[in-house]
Design a protein around this ligand. Structure first.
Ligand code: SAM
Length: 224
Protein backbone atom coordinates (compact mmCIF):
# COMPACT_ATOMS: atom_id res chain seq x y z
CA UNK A 1 0.00 0.00 0.00
CA UNK A 2 1.31 3.46 -0.84
CA UNK A 3 1.48 6.39 1.58
CA UNK A 4 -1.78 7.85 0.23
CA UNK A 5 -3.64 4.62 0.96
CA UNK A 6 -3.78 3.40 -2.65
CA UNK A 7 -3.28 -0.33 -3.00
CA UNK A 8 -0.61 -1.38 -5.46
CA UNK A 9 -2.01 -4.47 -7.15
CA UNK A 10 0.72 -5.00 -9.78
CA UNK A 11 -2.04 -6.11 -12.17
CA UNK A 12 -2.70 -9.17 -10.03
CA UNK A 13 -6.22 -10.28 -9.15
CA UNK A 14 -6.91 -9.59 -5.51
CA UNK A 15 -8.78 -11.21 -2.66
CA UNK A 16 -9.84 -8.83 0.09
CA UNK A 17 -11.28 -10.12 3.34
CA UNK A 18 -12.89 -7.35 5.38
CA UNK A 19 -12.57 -8.41 9.00
CA UNK A 20 -15.98 -7.78 10.58
CA UNK A 21 -15.55 -9.20 14.08
CA UNK A 22 -14.23 -7.16 17.04
CA UNK A 23 -11.41 -9.64 17.75
CA UNK A 24 -9.41 -12.19 15.82
CA UNK A 25 -10.43 -15.71 16.84
CA UNK A 26 -8.07 -18.68 16.43
CA UNK A 27 -10.37 -20.08 13.73
CA UNK A 28 -10.19 -16.89 11.73
CA UNK A 29 -6.41 -16.71 12.06
CA UNK A 30 -6.13 -20.20 10.51
CA UNK A 31 -8.56 -19.29 7.73
CA UNK A 32 -6.77 -16.02 6.89
CA UNK A 33 -3.33 -17.65 6.88
CA UNK A 34 -4.67 -20.36 4.61
CA UNK A 35 -6.13 -17.84 2.13
CA UNK A 36 -2.87 -15.90 2.14
CA UNK A 37 -0.75 -19.03 1.49
CA UNK A 38 -3.01 -20.24 -1.31
CA UNK A 39 -2.89 -16.78 -2.96
CA UNK A 40 0.93 -16.82 -2.82
CA UNK A 41 1.23 -20.39 -4.08
CA UNK A 42 -1.23 -20.09 -6.94
CA UNK A 43 -0.04 -19.52 -10.48
CA UNK A 44 -0.51 -16.73 -11.38
CA UNK A 45 -0.18 -15.34 -7.86
CA UNK A 46 -3.08 -13.49 -6.29
CA UNK A 47 -2.71 -10.53 -3.98
CA UNK A 48 -4.28 -10.90 -0.53
CA UNK A 49 -5.43 -8.01 1.66
CA UNK A 50 -7.01 -8.20 5.10
CA UNK A 51 -8.89 -4.93 5.64
CA UNK A 52 -10.81 -3.29 8.47
CA UNK A 53 -8.48 -4.69 11.15
CA UNK A 54 -8.80 -3.46 14.73
CA UNK A 55 -5.05 -2.91 14.99
CA UNK A 56 -3.13 -4.07 11.94
CA UNK A 57 0.24 -4.32 13.66
CA UNK A 58 -0.98 -6.63 16.45
CA UNK A 59 -2.86 -8.83 14.04
CA UNK A 60 0.14 -8.81 11.72
CA UNK A 61 2.30 -10.31 14.48
CA UNK A 62 -0.36 -12.89 15.30
CA UNK A 63 -0.74 -13.95 11.68
CA UNK A 64 2.84 -13.43 10.45
CA UNK A 65 1.49 -11.78 7.31
CA UNK A 66 3.44 -9.08 5.47
CA UNK A 67 2.46 -5.47 6.20
CA UNK A 68 1.36 -5.13 2.55
CA UNK A 69 -1.44 -7.61 3.30
CA UNK A 70 -2.84 -5.75 6.32
CA UNK A 71 -4.76 -2.52 6.71
CA UNK A 72 -6.94 -0.90 9.34
CA UNK A 73 -8.82 0.90 6.56
CA UNK A 74 -12.18 -0.41 5.45
CA UNK A 75 -12.74 -1.50 1.88
CA UNK A 76 -15.37 1.24 1.75
CA UNK A 77 -12.58 3.84 2.08
CA UNK A 78 -10.13 1.99 -0.14
CA UNK A 79 -12.51 1.64 -3.07
CA UNK A 80 -14.44 4.80 -3.87
CA UNK A 81 -15.97 6.28 -7.02
CA UNK A 82 -15.13 4.48 -10.28
CA UNK A 83 -12.79 2.01 -8.56
CA UNK A 84 -15.78 0.49 -6.77
CA UNK A 85 -17.07 -1.08 -10.01
CA UNK A 86 -13.97 -3.32 -10.10
CA UNK A 87 -14.90 -4.95 -6.78
CA UNK A 88 -17.12 -8.04 -6.60
CA UNK A 89 -18.64 -8.91 -3.23
CA UNK A 90 -19.12 -12.64 -2.73
CA UNK A 91 -22.59 -12.55 -1.28
CA UNK A 92 -24.79 -15.54 -0.38
CA UNK A 93 -27.84 -13.36 -1.13
CA UNK A 94 -26.71 -12.13 -4.56
CA UNK A 95 -29.02 -12.82 -7.50
CA UNK A 96 -26.31 -14.03 -9.91
CA UNK A 97 -23.83 -16.86 -9.40
CA UNK A 98 -20.13 -16.20 -9.99
CA UNK A 99 -19.00 -17.27 -13.48
CA UNK A 100 -15.56 -17.53 -15.16
CA UNK A 101 -16.42 -14.41 -17.23
CA UNK A 102 -16.59 -12.35 -14.02
CA UNK A 103 -12.79 -12.54 -13.96
CA UNK A 104 -12.83 -10.16 -16.95
CA UNK A 105 -15.11 -7.60 -15.26
CA UNK A 106 -13.70 -7.56 -11.73
CA UNK A 107 -10.15 -7.21 -10.34
CA UNK A 108 -11.01 -7.55 -6.67
CA UNK A 109 -13.06 -10.23 -4.93
CA UNK A 110 -14.35 -9.22 -1.51
CA UNK A 111 -15.37 -11.54 1.34
CA UNK A 112 -16.80 -11.06 4.80
CA UNK A 113 -14.30 -11.96 7.53
CA UNK A 114 -17.05 -13.52 9.59
CA UNK A 115 -17.21 -16.87 11.28
CA UNK A 116 -20.01 -18.99 9.87
CA UNK A 117 -23.23 -19.41 11.75
CA UNK A 118 -26.15 -21.76 11.29
CA UNK A 119 -28.64 -20.50 10.30
CA UNK A 120 -26.67 -17.64 8.69
CA UNK A 121 -27.32 -14.20 10.20
CA UNK A 122 -26.52 -12.36 6.95
CA UNK A 123 -23.66 -10.31 8.30
CA UNK A 124 -22.39 -10.09 4.71
CA UNK A 125 -25.16 -7.47 4.51
CA UNK A 126 -22.74 -5.03 6.22
CA UNK A 127 -20.64 -5.13 3.02
CA UNK A 128 -23.64 -5.30 0.66
CA UNK A 129 -24.87 -1.92 1.88
CA UNK A 130 -21.57 -0.35 0.72
CA UNK A 131 -22.90 -0.81 -2.83
CA UNK A 132 -20.52 -3.35 -4.40
CA UNK A 133 -21.78 -5.67 -7.18
CA UNK A 134 -22.55 -9.10 -5.73
CA UNK A 135 -22.13 -12.70 -6.89
CA UNK A 136 -23.24 -15.90 -5.18
CA UNK A 137 -21.32 -19.16 -4.90
CA UNK A 138 -24.44 -21.33 -4.91
CA UNK A 139 -26.93 -21.76 -2.10
CA UNK A 140 -24.78 -23.50 0.55
CA UNK A 141 -22.87 -21.47 3.15
CA UNK A 142 -19.08 -21.85 2.83
CA UNK A 143 -16.33 -20.98 5.27
CA UNK A 144 -14.45 -17.83 4.24
CA UNK A 145 -11.37 -19.78 3.07
CA UNK A 146 -13.60 -22.14 1.05
CA UNK A 147 -15.40 -19.20 -0.57
CA UNK A 148 -12.02 -17.66 -1.52
CA UNK A 149 -10.76 -21.04 -2.85
CA UNK A 150 -13.89 -21.58 -4.96
CA UNK A 151 -13.66 -18.02 -6.32
CA UNK A 152 -10.07 -18.62 -7.49
CA UNK A 153 -11.09 -21.93 -9.11
CA UNK A 154 -13.93 -20.23 -11.00
CA UNK A 155 -12.04 -17.07 -12.01
CA UNK A 156 -8.47 -18.33 -12.54
CA UNK A 157 -9.10 -21.96 -13.56
CA UNK A 158 -12.30 -20.99 -15.41
CA UNK A 159 -14.29 -23.86 -13.94
CA UNK A 160 -18.01 -23.43 -13.51
CA UNK A 161 -19.37 -23.60 -9.96
CA UNK A 162 -21.38 -26.73 -10.76
CA UNK A 163 -18.30 -28.58 -12.08
CA UNK A 164 -16.40 -28.28 -8.77
CA UNK A 165 -16.56 -31.28 -6.40
CA UNK A 166 -17.77 -30.40 -2.92
CA UNK A 167 -18.27 -32.04 0.46
CA UNK A 168 -21.43 -30.74 2.13
CA UNK A 169 -21.94 -30.60 5.89
CA UNK A 170 -19.29 -33.23 6.68
CA UNK A 171 -18.90 -35.14 9.94
CA UNK A 172 -15.22 -34.67 10.67
CA UNK A 173 -13.39 -37.35 12.68
CA UNK A 174 -11.20 -35.55 15.22
CA UNK A 175 -7.58 -36.44 15.98
CA UNK A 176 -6.94 -37.47 19.58
CA UNK A 177 -5.90 -34.44 21.64
CA UNK A 178 -2.58 -34.77 23.44
CA UNK A 179 -2.46 -37.09 26.42
CA UNK A 180 -5.46 -39.11 25.26
CA UNK A 181 -3.66 -41.87 23.41
CA UNK A 182 -3.72 -42.55 19.67
CA UNK A 183 -7.33 -42.71 18.57
CA UNK A 184 -10.31 -40.47 19.17
CA UNK A 185 -13.86 -41.64 18.56
CA UNK A 186 -15.11 -38.06 18.52
CA UNK A 187 -16.41 -36.34 15.43
CA UNK A 188 -17.93 -32.97 14.79
CA UNK A 189 -20.54 -31.93 12.24
CA UNK A 190 -19.55 -28.89 10.23
CA UNK A 191 -22.60 -27.11 8.76
CA UNK A 192 -20.79 -25.77 5.67
CA UNK A 193 -19.84 -26.63 2.09
CA UNK A 194 -16.16 -27.42 1.43
CA UNK A 195 -14.14 -28.18 -1.69
CA UNK A 196 -13.45 -31.94 -2.01
CA UNK A 197 -9.70 -32.64 -1.91
CA UNK A 198 -7.85 -35.33 -3.89
CA UNK A 199 -8.23 -37.63 -0.85
CA UNK A 200 -12.02 -37.21 -1.03
CA UNK A 201 -12.05 -35.21 2.20
CA UNK A 202 -13.09 -31.60 2.85
CA UNK A 203 -10.21 -29.16 2.25
CA UNK A 204 -9.60 -27.21 5.47
CA UNK A 205 -6.88 -24.87 6.75
CA UNK A 206 -3.79 -26.46 8.30
CA UNK A 207 -4.27 -26.85 12.05
CA UNK A 208 -8.08 -26.73 11.90
CA UNK A 209 -8.58 -30.37 12.93
CA UNK A 210 -6.31 -29.92 15.96
CA UNK A 211 -8.15 -26.76 16.92
CA UNK A 212 -11.48 -28.57 16.59
CA UNK A 213 -10.14 -31.42 18.75
CA UNK A 214 -8.86 -29.04 21.43
CA UNK A 215 -12.25 -27.30 21.53
CA UNK A 216 -14.30 -30.50 21.22
CA UNK A 217 -15.99 -30.01 24.59
CA UNK A 218 -17.47 -26.67 23.46
CA UNK A 219 -20.61 -26.26 21.37
CA UNK A 220 -19.49 -25.94 17.75
CA UNK A 221 -21.74 -22.89 17.27
CA UNK A 222 -19.86 -21.04 20.02
CA UNK A 223 -16.70 -21.46 17.99
CA UNK A 224 -17.74 -20.59 14.46
N1 SAM B 1 -23.16 -16.49 8.02
C1 SAM B 1 -22.50 -15.48 7.28
C2 SAM B 1 -23.32 -14.27 7.05
O1 SAM B 1 -23.89 -13.88 8.03
O2 SAM B 1 -23.34 -13.66 5.97
C3 SAM B 1 -21.77 -16.01 6.06
C4 SAM B 1 -20.37 -15.97 6.50
S1 SAM B 1 -19.33 -16.93 5.49
C5 SAM B 1 -18.67 -17.95 6.74
C6 SAM B 1 -18.01 -15.76 5.21
C7 SAM B 1 -18.00 -15.11 3.83
O3 SAM B 1 -17.82 -16.11 2.83
C8 SAM B 1 -19.25 -14.36 3.42
O4 SAM B 1 -19.26 -13.05 3.94
C9 SAM B 1 -19.15 -14.38 1.90
O5 SAM B 1 -18.30 -13.34 1.43
C10 SAM B 1 -18.51 -15.73 1.62
N2 SAM B 1 -19.49 -16.78 1.32
C11 SAM B 1 -19.72 -17.92 2.01
N3 SAM B 1 -20.65 -18.68 1.39
C12 SAM B 1 -21.02 -18.01 0.26
C13 SAM B 1 -21.94 -18.28 -0.82
N4 SAM B 1 -22.67 -19.38 -0.86
N5 SAM B 1 -22.04 -17.34 -1.79
C14 SAM B 1 -21.30 -16.21 -1.77
N6 SAM B 1 -20.42 -15.92 -0.79
C15 SAM B 1 -20.27 -16.80 0.21
Amino acid sequence: MSANGEISLDGRPTIIVEHLDPELEDWQALEYKCISEECTNSAPQWHFLLSGLPSASDVGKQLSLPATSLTEQSVETLYQGDRRSKVCLLDPKAEKDLSPEDGESFDVFLFGGILGDDPPRDRTGELRKMGFAGRRLGTEQMTTDTAARVTRIVVADRQHLNDISYVDRPDIALPASSGEGEASSESVSMPFRYVKGKDGKAVMPKGMLDLLASDADKDIMDLL
